[in-house]
Write a protein that binds this ligand. Structure first.
Ligand code: COA
Length: 331
Protein backbone atom coordinates (compact mmCIF):
# COMPACT_ATOMS: atom_id res chain seq x y z
CA UNK A 1 0.00 0.00 0.00
CA UNK A 2 1.34 3.47 -0.93
CA UNK A 3 2.42 5.63 1.98
CA UNK A 4 1.55 8.86 0.00
CA UNK A 5 3.45 12.17 -0.19
CA UNK A 6 6.67 11.98 1.90
CA UNK A 7 6.33 13.30 5.45
CA UNK A 8 9.30 13.92 7.75
CA UNK A 9 10.15 14.47 11.38
CA UNK A 10 11.37 18.07 11.51
CA UNK A 11 12.12 18.28 15.24
CA UNK A 12 11.87 16.39 18.52
CA UNK A 13 11.59 17.41 22.17
CA UNK A 14 11.10 15.94 25.60
CA UNK A 15 10.49 16.96 29.17
CA UNK A 16 11.02 15.07 32.43
CA UNK A 17 9.88 16.33 35.83
CA UNK A 18 12.61 17.27 38.29
CA UNK A 19 11.78 14.88 41.12
CA UNK A 20 13.74 11.60 40.95
CA UNK A 21 12.37 8.51 42.71
CA UNK A 22 15.03 5.80 43.11
CA UNK A 23 14.58 2.09 43.80
CA UNK A 24 15.88 2.80 47.31
CA UNK A 25 13.00 5.29 47.76
CA UNK A 26 10.55 2.54 46.72
CA UNK A 27 12.09 0.11 49.22
CA UNK A 28 10.75 2.47 51.90
CA UNK A 29 7.18 2.34 50.50
CA UNK A 30 6.61 -1.31 49.47
CA UNK A 31 8.19 -4.74 50.07
CA UNK A 32 10.68 -4.64 47.19
CA UNK A 33 14.43 -4.38 46.60
CA UNK A 34 16.84 -2.61 44.29
CA UNK A 35 18.10 -6.06 43.26
CA UNK A 36 14.61 -7.35 42.28
CA UNK A 37 13.71 -4.23 40.30
CA UNK A 38 17.03 -4.03 38.44
CA UNK A 39 17.26 -7.73 37.55
CA UNK A 40 13.59 -8.08 36.52
CA UNK A 41 13.21 -4.75 34.69
CA UNK A 42 16.48 -2.80 34.36
CA UNK A 43 14.85 0.27 35.95
CA UNK A 44 17.00 2.22 38.43
CA UNK A 45 14.96 5.40 38.88
CA UNK A 46 11.94 7.25 37.52
CA UNK A 47 10.67 10.86 37.52
CA UNK A 48 7.57 11.97 39.40
CA UNK A 49 5.62 15.11 38.44
CA UNK A 50 4.86 17.74 41.06
CA UNK A 51 1.31 17.83 42.42
CA UNK A 52 0.47 20.96 40.40
CA UNK A 53 2.28 19.71 37.27
CA UNK A 54 -0.25 18.09 34.94
CA UNK A 55 0.10 15.96 31.82
CA UNK A 56 -0.67 19.02 29.65
CA UNK A 57 2.12 21.06 31.28
CA UNK A 58 4.71 18.35 30.54
CA UNK A 59 3.28 17.86 27.03
CA UNK A 60 3.52 21.59 26.25
CA UNK A 61 7.13 21.77 27.47
CA UNK A 62 8.15 18.82 25.29
CA UNK A 63 6.14 20.26 22.38
CA UNK A 64 7.80 23.68 22.67
CA UNK A 65 11.24 22.06 22.37
CA UNK A 66 10.20 20.09 19.29
CA UNK A 67 8.78 23.25 17.67
CA UNK A 68 11.97 25.14 18.44
CA UNK A 69 14.11 22.44 16.82
CA UNK A 70 11.81 22.34 13.80
CA UNK A 71 11.97 26.14 13.47
CA UNK A 72 8.16 26.41 13.52
CA UNK A 73 6.28 29.00 15.60
CA UNK A 74 3.46 27.69 17.80
CA UNK A 75 1.08 30.01 15.96
CA UNK A 76 1.88 28.21 12.70
CA UNK A 77 1.21 24.65 13.86
CA UNK A 78 -1.98 23.27 12.32
CA UNK A 79 -2.61 20.02 14.19
CA UNK A 80 -1.86 18.86 17.74
CA UNK A 81 -2.39 15.23 18.72
CA UNK A 82 -1.70 14.19 22.31
CA UNK A 83 -1.42 10.47 23.07
CA UNK A 84 -2.12 9.81 26.73
CA UNK A 85 -3.90 7.51 29.16
CA UNK A 86 -3.52 10.02 31.98
CA UNK A 87 -5.34 13.10 30.66
CA UNK A 88 -5.69 16.25 32.79
CA UNK A 89 -9.48 15.77 32.63
CA UNK A 90 -11.74 13.22 30.92
CA UNK A 91 -12.99 16.10 28.80
CA UNK A 92 -11.87 18.37 27.24
CA UNK A 93 -8.92 16.62 25.65
CA UNK A 94 -5.44 17.29 27.06
CA UNK A 95 -4.50 18.53 23.56
CA UNK A 96 -6.87 21.50 24.10
CA UNK A 97 -4.95 22.53 27.24
CA UNK A 98 -1.68 22.06 25.34
CA UNK A 99 -2.95 24.31 22.54
CA UNK A 100 -3.66 26.97 25.16
CA UNK A 101 -0.30 26.57 26.97
CA UNK A 102 1.59 26.86 23.67
CA UNK A 103 -0.54 29.68 22.23
CA UNK A 104 -1.16 27.51 19.16
CA UNK A 105 -4.58 28.95 18.44
CA UNK A 106 -4.53 27.95 14.77
CA UNK A 107 -4.26 24.23 15.53
CA UNK A 108 -6.95 21.55 15.56
CA UNK A 109 -6.28 19.62 18.79
CA UNK A 110 -7.43 16.22 20.02
CA UNK A 111 -6.25 13.24 22.09
CA UNK A 112 -5.89 9.59 21.26
CA UNK A 113 -5.90 6.73 23.75
CA UNK A 114 -3.74 3.78 22.70
CA UNK A 115 -1.67 3.39 25.89
CA UNK A 116 2.06 2.86 25.31
CA UNK A 117 1.47 2.64 21.54
CA UNK A 118 -0.18 6.08 21.40
CA UNK A 119 2.77 8.11 20.10
CA UNK A 120 3.19 5.90 17.03
CA UNK A 121 -0.59 5.77 16.48
CA UNK A 122 -0.47 9.60 16.51
CA UNK A 123 2.47 9.52 14.10
CA UNK A 124 0.58 7.38 11.60
CA UNK A 125 -2.58 9.54 11.83
CA UNK A 126 -0.65 12.81 11.46
CA UNK A 127 1.47 11.46 8.63
CA UNK A 128 -1.62 10.42 6.69
CA UNK A 129 -3.41 13.75 7.29
CA UNK A 130 -0.36 15.67 6.10
CA UNK A 131 0.29 13.46 3.07
CA UNK A 132 -3.40 13.79 2.11
CA UNK A 133 -3.02 17.59 2.16
CA UNK A 134 -5.44 18.20 5.07
CA UNK A 135 -2.68 19.84 7.18
CA UNK A 136 0.78 21.20 6.42
CA UNK A 137 2.30 20.23 9.75
CA UNK A 138 1.51 18.56 13.05
CA UNK A 139 2.80 18.41 16.60
CA UNK A 140 2.45 14.92 18.05
CA UNK A 141 3.05 14.36 21.75
CA UNK A 142 3.13 11.37 24.11
CA UNK A 143 2.64 12.57 27.69
CA UNK A 144 1.79 10.85 30.95
CA UNK A 145 1.37 11.56 34.64
CA UNK A 146 1.17 7.89 35.56
CA UNK A 147 2.06 8.62 39.18
CA UNK A 148 -1.53 9.86 39.57
CA UNK A 149 -2.91 6.45 38.47
CA UNK A 150 -0.59 4.09 40.38
CA UNK A 151 -1.55 2.11 43.44
CA UNK A 152 1.48 2.95 45.59
CA UNK A 153 0.74 -0.11 47.75
CA UNK A 154 0.99 -2.56 44.81
CA UNK A 155 4.64 -3.56 44.42
CA UNK A 156 3.95 -5.44 41.19
CA UNK A 157 3.11 -2.20 39.34
CA UNK A 158 4.35 0.84 41.30
CA UNK A 159 8.02 0.09 40.65
CA UNK A 160 7.55 0.07 36.87
CA UNK A 161 6.18 3.46 35.86
CA UNK A 162 7.16 7.12 35.71
CA UNK A 163 6.06 10.53 34.40
CA UNK A 164 7.25 12.55 31.39
CA UNK A 165 6.55 13.74 27.86
CA UNK A 166 8.07 13.51 24.40
CA UNK A 167 7.12 15.20 21.14
CA UNK A 168 7.84 15.45 17.43
CA UNK A 169 6.94 17.92 14.69
CA UNK A 170 5.89 16.39 11.38
CA UNK A 171 5.71 18.17 8.03
CA UNK A 172 5.94 17.41 4.33
CA UNK A 173 9.49 16.32 3.46
CA UNK A 174 11.18 18.97 1.30
CA UNK A 175 13.62 16.47 -0.15
CA UNK A 176 13.95 12.69 0.06
CA UNK A 177 15.82 11.44 3.13
CA UNK A 178 14.92 14.53 5.15
CA UNK A 179 13.91 12.57 8.28
CA UNK A 180 11.32 10.85 6.15
CA UNK A 181 8.86 8.40 7.69
CA UNK A 182 9.21 5.52 5.25
CA UNK A 183 6.68 3.05 6.63
CA UNK A 184 4.28 2.68 9.53
CA UNK A 185 2.18 -0.10 10.94
CA UNK A 186 -0.20 -0.57 13.84
CA UNK A 187 -2.44 -3.25 15.32
CA UNK A 188 -4.87 -4.01 18.14
CA UNK A 189 -6.15 -7.12 19.94
CA UNK A 190 -9.23 -6.19 21.97
CA UNK A 191 -9.57 -9.75 23.28
CA UNK A 192 -6.77 -8.97 25.74
CA UNK A 193 -8.18 -5.87 27.46
CA UNK A 194 -8.09 -7.69 30.82
CA UNK A 195 -4.28 -8.01 30.81
CA UNK A 196 -3.56 -4.34 31.41
CA UNK A 197 -6.11 -1.69 32.36
CA UNK A 198 -7.35 0.99 34.72
CA UNK A 199 -10.67 -0.63 35.66
CA UNK A 200 -12.33 2.27 37.49
CA UNK A 201 -13.05 5.91 36.78
CA UNK A 202 -14.78 5.34 33.43
CA UNK A 203 -18.49 4.89 32.68
CA UNK A 204 -18.25 1.12 33.29
CA UNK A 205 -17.16 1.65 36.86
CA UNK A 206 -17.45 5.20 38.15
CA UNK A 207 -15.67 5.94 41.42
CA UNK A 208 -18.33 6.30 44.13
CA UNK A 209 -18.32 6.66 47.87
CA UNK A 210 -18.91 2.89 48.10
CA UNK A 211 -15.86 1.77 46.08
CA UNK A 212 -13.49 4.69 46.71
CA UNK A 213 -11.30 2.59 49.06
CA UNK A 214 -10.62 -0.08 46.39
CA UNK A 215 -8.26 2.06 44.29
CA UNK A 216 -10.03 1.06 41.08
CA UNK A 217 -8.74 4.08 39.18
CA UNK A 218 -5.19 2.71 39.26
CA UNK A 219 -3.24 0.55 36.84
CA UNK A 220 -3.75 -3.22 37.04
CA UNK A 221 -1.58 -5.65 35.08
CA UNK A 222 -0.95 -9.36 34.57
CA UNK A 223 2.76 -8.79 33.98
CA UNK A 224 3.87 -12.25 32.85
CA UNK A 225 1.17 -12.54 30.15
CA UNK A 226 1.78 -8.98 28.96
CA UNK A 227 5.49 -9.81 28.67
CA UNK A 228 4.90 -12.69 26.21
CA UNK A 229 2.54 -10.71 23.97
CA UNK A 230 4.93 -7.73 24.01
CA UNK A 231 7.85 -9.75 22.66
CA UNK A 232 5.81 -11.43 19.89
CA UNK A 233 3.91 -8.34 18.72
CA UNK A 234 6.87 -5.95 18.79
CA UNK A 235 9.03 -8.37 16.83
CA UNK A 236 6.33 -8.90 14.17
CA UNK A 237 5.56 -5.20 13.96
CA UNK A 238 9.20 -4.17 13.55
CA UNK A 239 9.73 -6.83 10.88
CA UNK A 240 6.71 -5.54 8.93
CA UNK A 241 7.94 -1.93 8.76
CA UNK A 242 11.48 -3.00 7.93
CA UNK A 243 10.11 -5.01 5.01
CA UNK A 244 7.64 -2.30 3.92
CA UNK A 245 10.46 0.25 3.90
CA UNK A 246 12.44 -2.09 1.61
CA UNK A 247 15.12 -2.62 4.25
CA UNK A 248 16.88 -5.52 5.99
CA UNK A 249 17.81 -5.86 9.68
CA UNK A 250 21.44 -5.00 8.86
CA UNK A 251 20.33 -1.64 7.36
CA UNK A 252 18.93 -0.46 10.71
CA UNK A 253 21.34 1.86 12.52
CA UNK A 254 19.14 2.17 15.61
CA UNK A 255 16.05 0.50 17.04
CA UNK A 256 14.17 2.76 19.48
CA UNK A 257 11.72 0.49 21.31
CA UNK A 258 9.07 1.11 23.94
CA UNK A 259 10.85 1.45 27.27
CA UNK A 260 9.08 -0.98 29.61
CA UNK A 261 11.57 -3.70 30.50
CA UNK A 262 15.17 -4.42 29.48
CA UNK A 263 14.40 -8.15 29.26
CA UNK A 264 11.65 -7.47 26.70
CA UNK A 265 14.03 -5.24 24.72
CA UNK A 266 16.81 -7.88 24.83
CA UNK A 267 14.39 -10.56 23.59
CA UNK A 268 13.25 -8.37 20.67
CA UNK A 269 16.80 -7.38 19.65
CA UNK A 270 17.78 -11.05 19.63
CA UNK A 271 14.74 -12.11 17.56
CA UNK A 272 15.26 -9.24 15.08
CA UNK A 273 18.95 -10.11 14.87
CA UNK A 274 19.97 -6.53 15.68
CA UNK A 275 23.10 -6.21 17.88
CA UNK A 276 22.41 -4.74 21.30
CA UNK A 277 24.60 -1.67 20.66
CA UNK A 278 22.09 -0.68 17.97
CA UNK A 279 19.18 -0.59 20.43
CA UNK A 280 18.45 2.63 22.35
CA UNK A 281 17.42 2.39 26.00
CA UNK A 282 16.80 4.97 28.70
CA UNK A 283 14.27 3.12 30.89
CA UNK A 284 17.03 2.82 33.51
CA UNK A 285 16.48 6.56 34.23
CA UNK A 286 12.75 6.99 33.62
CA UNK A 287 10.94 3.63 33.97
CA UNK A 288 7.94 3.04 31.72
CA UNK A 289 6.32 6.37 30.81
CA UNK A 290 3.71 4.73 28.53
CA UNK A 291 2.87 6.91 25.50
CA UNK A 292 5.77 9.24 26.33
CA UNK A 293 8.45 6.53 26.45
CA UNK A 294 9.32 6.06 22.78
CA UNK A 295 9.00 9.82 22.16
CA UNK A 296 11.43 10.68 24.96
CA UNK A 297 13.82 7.96 23.75
CA UNK A 298 13.65 9.27 20.17
CA UNK A 299 14.41 12.81 21.33
CA UNK A 300 17.36 11.65 23.46
CA UNK A 301 18.70 9.54 20.60
CA UNK A 302 18.33 12.51 18.24
CA UNK A 303 19.90 15.13 20.50
CA UNK A 304 22.74 12.89 21.73
CA UNK A 305 23.83 12.12 18.17
CA UNK A 306 22.95 8.41 18.50
CA UNK A 307 21.09 8.82 15.19
CA UNK A 308 22.93 10.41 12.29
CA UNK A 309 21.52 11.99 9.16
CA UNK A 310 20.69 9.46 6.48
CA UNK A 311 20.61 6.50 8.91
CA UNK A 312 17.62 4.19 9.22
CA UNK A 313 15.77 4.11 12.53
CA UNK A 314 13.00 1.74 13.60
CA UNK A 315 10.56 2.70 16.35
CA UNK A 316 8.47 -0.08 17.87
CA UNK A 317 5.94 -0.02 20.71
CA UNK A 318 3.43 -2.12 22.59
CA UNK A 319 0.79 -1.43 25.22
CA UNK A 320 -2.64 -1.93 26.78
CA UNK A 321 -5.46 -2.81 24.45
CA UNK A 322 -3.51 -4.72 23.48
CA UNK A 323 -2.00 -2.32 20.96
CA UNK A 324 1.25 -2.26 19.02
CA UNK A 325 2.84 -0.15 16.30
CA UNK A 326 6.10 0.49 14.48
CA UNK A 327 7.66 3.05 12.17
CA UNK A 328 10.74 3.11 9.91
CA UNK A 329 12.44 6.45 9.35
CA UNK A 330 15.35 7.59 7.15
CA UNK A 331 16.80 10.21 9.51
N1 COA B 1 9.57 -6.54 44.34
C1 COA B 1 9.80 -7.77 44.79
N2 COA B 1 9.08 -8.85 44.40
C2 COA B 1 8.10 -8.64 43.51
C3 COA B 1 7.79 -7.37 43.01
C4 COA B 1 8.57 -6.29 43.45
N3 COA B 1 8.39 -5.03 43.03
N4 COA B 1 6.76 -7.48 42.14
C5 COA B 1 6.43 -8.77 42.09
N5 COA B 1 7.24 -9.48 42.93
C6 COA B 1 7.23 -10.92 43.17
C7 COA B 1 5.90 -11.56 42.88
O1 COA B 1 5.03 -11.45 43.99
C8 COA B 1 6.31 -12.99 42.60
O2 COA B 1 6.50 -13.64 43.84
P1 COA B 1 6.04 -15.18 44.03
O3 COA B 1 6.85 -15.94 43.00
O4 COA B 1 6.38 -15.44 45.42
O5 COA B 1 4.58 -15.18 43.73
C9 COA B 1 7.69 -12.85 41.95
O6 COA B 1 8.15 -11.53 42.27
C10 COA B 1 7.65 -13.04 40.44
O7 COA B 1 6.62 -12.24 39.93
P2 COA B 1 6.32 -12.19 38.39
O8 COA B 1 5.22 -11.21 38.15
O9 COA B 1 6.15 -13.57 37.85
O10 COA B 1 7.73 -11.61 37.87
P3 COA B 1 8.26 -11.42 36.41
O11 COA B 1 9.58 -12.01 36.27
O12 COA B 1 7.20 -11.76 35.38
O13 COA B 1 8.46 -9.84 36.35
C11 COA B 1 7.35 -7.88 35.51
C12 COA B 1 7.36 -8.98 36.56
C13 COA B 1 6.14 -7.01 35.72
C14 COA B 1 8.62 -7.06 35.67
C15 COA B 1 7.34 -8.53 34.11
O14 COA B 1 6.33 -9.52 34.05
C16 COA B 1 7.09 -7.54 33.03
O15 COA B 1 7.90 -6.64 32.80
N6 COA B 1 6.00 -7.68 32.28
C17 COA B 1 5.65 -6.80 31.20
C18 COA B 1 5.26 -5.51 31.78
C19 COA B 1 5.09 -4.47 30.74
O16 COA B 1 5.88 -4.38 29.86
N7 COA B 1 4.06 -3.70 30.92
C20 COA B 1 3.81 -2.59 30.14
C21 COA B 1 3.47 -2.95 28.77
S1 COA B 1 3.30 -1.50 27.97
Amino acid sequence: MSEGIPVCIAGTGSYLPEKVMTNADLEKIVDTSEEWIVTRTGIRERRIAAEDEFTSHMAAKAGAKALEQAGIEAADIQLIIVATITPDTLTPATACYVQQHLGAQGAVAFDISAACSGFLYAMKIAKRLISDGAFENALIIGAEKLSAFINWEDRSTCVLFGDGAGAAVLRKAEKPGDGEILATEMGTDGRQTRLLNIPGGGSACPITINNADQRLATLAMLGREVFKHAVTRMKQSAEKVIERAGLKAEDIALVVPHQANLRIIDAIAERLDVPYDRVFTNLQKYGNTSAAAVAIALDEANRSGAIKKGEHVVLVVFGAGLTWAAGAIRW
